[in-house]
Ligand binder design. Structure first.
Ligand code: UDP
Ligand code: MG
Length: 330
């Protein structure tokens, strides 16, 4: 282990948390000072309508380690996290909620695992609240996500996780996918572990999410599959669908036209709908193939630009001991 302790950046999104911020900050400062690493605490105010921005400003005046980012509007938790991650300068980034449901006292446990060599440490909720069919769905969802990611993730729901910063800096966070951030970042080869944490009930303010998010989760899973398997090769996916539709359409239409001549099918009277269906399949197939090519070209153009690499470099290994840590953006 190097003699200089790596800097820790805490990134926490804030939406109407005026009653939680001061206590959170004090508890964070306490836990981090005890730990002894250099640190910064980044509060990202996500367009709160209460006094959160004012309180963050006061905290930044009191503590030199506190940085406040005041977003010009409410962009949602994921974008707020992204703003904080872009600002973070630590080698380790810890993401957590600002409503005191995540306990700052757990930070040393995360750091302990990072020091063992893990690159992502996930907080695993000790007492899962789901019961009955919700529990079953949640377990199945975790199995699907684990198999998409190629890594055993037993709990991805909590944002409370510690990351080596090179992994996070390169992940393009949009929409609601903070829920899947662990799975977006963790894939085969990334050193991942989970630690049990307590998630406290919210004492002040209200939750911003309803329990009814199964639809969103299914969409996010489809996105996750696309992101992991096809981000750099969308033509594989769209082209396969296109070829399948085109091929099926050709076979159907060919069979009908042939039958019309040999067996007197009388397409117009008896098989008109089937004929139109066959032609539509051909056209849809061609459409998928064209969209696939255009998408592939845009992806190629995107990854051709500087700072948009489809990979993340952990470190550069050289002959001497000037091993370099390196970051690349996706
Ligand atoms: N949050 C945010 N922007 C939003 C909604 C929520 O920054 O539009 C923050 C919120 O202040 C909290 C975290 O995201 O720190 C998690 O939100 P919440 O506690 O409502 O979610 P839950 O714990 O109920 O899933
Ligand atoms: Mg909460």
């Amino acid at each position: 282990m190097s003699s200089v302790l790596p800097k820790i950046s805490i990134v926490t999104p804030v939406y109407n948390e005026e009653k939680n911020l001061s206590e959170l900050c004090v508890r964070l400062v306490f836990a981090l000072t005890e730990l002894g690493h250099p640190y910064e605490i980044i509060f990202v105010n996500d367009g709160s309508s209460d006094r959160s921005a004012e309180i963050i400003k006061t905290l930044a005046n009191v503590y030199t380690e506190v940085v406040g980012i005041d977003l010009a509007g409410n962009y949602g938790q994921t974008i707020a996290l992204r703003a904080g991650i872009e600002q973070a300068s630590g080698a380790i980034i810890i993401l957590m909620d600002s409503d005191l449901q995540h306990d700052p006292a757990d930070i040393p446990l995360f750091i302990h695992e990072i020091e063992k060599g893990y690159e992502v440490v996930g907080g695993k909720k000790l007492d899962r609240p789901e019961k009955g069919w919700r529990k079953w769905i949640s377990e199945k969802a975790h199995q699907v996500i684990s198999s998409i990611a190629g890594v055993q993730l037993s709990y991805f729901g909590a944002t409370y996780k510690a990351y080596k910063s090179y992994l996070l800096k390169s992940t393009n966070l949009l929409t609601d996918n903070h829920r899947f951030l662990g799975a977006l970042v963790v894939r085969k080869g990334v050193r991942y572990t989970e630690i049990p944490i307590r998630i406290h009930p919210r004492l002040h303010g209200v939750s911003n999410y309803s329990m009814n998010k199964i639809g969103k989760v299914v969409l996010d899973m489809i996105y996750l599959k696309f992101f992991i398997s096809f981000l750099t090769k969308p033509f594989r996916l769209l082209g396969t669908v296109g070829l399948f539709l085109f091929g099926t359409g050709c076979l159907l239409t060919f069979w009908l036209v042939l039958g019309n001549f040999i067996f007197q099918f009388h397409i117009k009277e008896n098989y008109f709908i089937e004929f139109i269906f066959g032609v539509s399949l051909i056209l849809s197939g061609l459409l998928f193939l064209s969209i696939g090519i255009v998408t592939q070209l845009s992806v190629q153009h995107y990854f051709h630009q500087k700072n948009h690499s489809p990979y993340i470099v952990r470190s550069i290994l050289q002959h001497s001991d000037n091993e370099k840590d390196s970051i690349s953006c996706r």
